[in-house]
Design a protein around this ligand. Structure first.
Ligand code: GRF
Length: 200
């Protein structure tokens, strides 16, 4: 079993989708929130999963924050990381500690509406402003380029007449994010489990 940490900052509906999915090759052992008031922490507690808070503002610089996160994950023997609406920036040290072992979900079809400044509702506002008829979600591996790592899964979602950013966000979550993230998590956990067994 691959030991998974899920990093969150908000409501945690993607975390809930992971909790509700029947992962065969991984287990969520830890939920780390960058905010102490994130509802995602309550979801973790309700599921009997250990929760922790690690806030960027409690550290002097990016590297100190990265080191604190790495230490927390190492203490819990975490093999793989899933970013599920995590809004703090991860620095090079953290990314190097989990090479090709960090997944992120982004609410658009990368390379559209991604990179610096495109997070949360802003992504859907930009899609509506541009007038696209199709948007969606992408799960990708995390490297040092924001939203630039290898794409693992994508799913398209139709934009409908009269959509507001909130309505579109909800549809993208329901039709794409909550399906893709558990699926990609299982795929990566299975691959890491095979590698782990091969090295034993
Ligand atoms: C999702 O739209 C995700 O794609 C984005 O942030 C949102 C998080 O929502 N990166 P939740 O906290 O999982 O409900």
């Amino acid at each position: 079993m691959i030991r998974i940490a899920v990093l969150v900052s908000g409501g945690g509906t993607n975390l809930q989708a992971l909790i509700d999915s029947d992962l065969q090759h991984g287990k969520i052992e830890l939920v780390v929130s960058s905010r102490s008031d994130a509802y995602a922490l309550a979801r973790a507690a309700n599921a009997g999963i250990k929760g922790a808070v690690c806030r960027r503002k409690d550290y002097d610089d990016q590297d100190a924050y990265d080191q604190a996160l790495i230490a927390l994950l190492r203490e819990n023997e975490i093999d793989m990381v899933v970013l599920a609406g995590f809004l703090s920036i991860l620095g090079p040290a953290f990314i190097a500690a989990y090479p090709d072992k960090i997944l992120n979900i982004h609410p658009s079809l990368i390379p559209s509406f991604c990179g610096k400044g495109y997070y949360g509702l802003r992504v859907h506002e930009a899609a509506l402003e541009r007038g696209v008829k199709v948007t969606g979600a992408t799960v990708h591996l995390v490297n040092e380029i924001p939203d630039g790592g290898r794409i693992i899964l994508q799913k398209a979602v139709a934009v409908q007449e009269g959509d507001t950013p909130e309505v579109l966000q909800r549809r993208v979550m329901e039709e794409a994010e909550w399906i893709l993230l558990p699926k990609a998590t299982e795929m990566l956990a299975e691959k890491l489990e095979e590698e782990k067994n091969a090295s034993c």
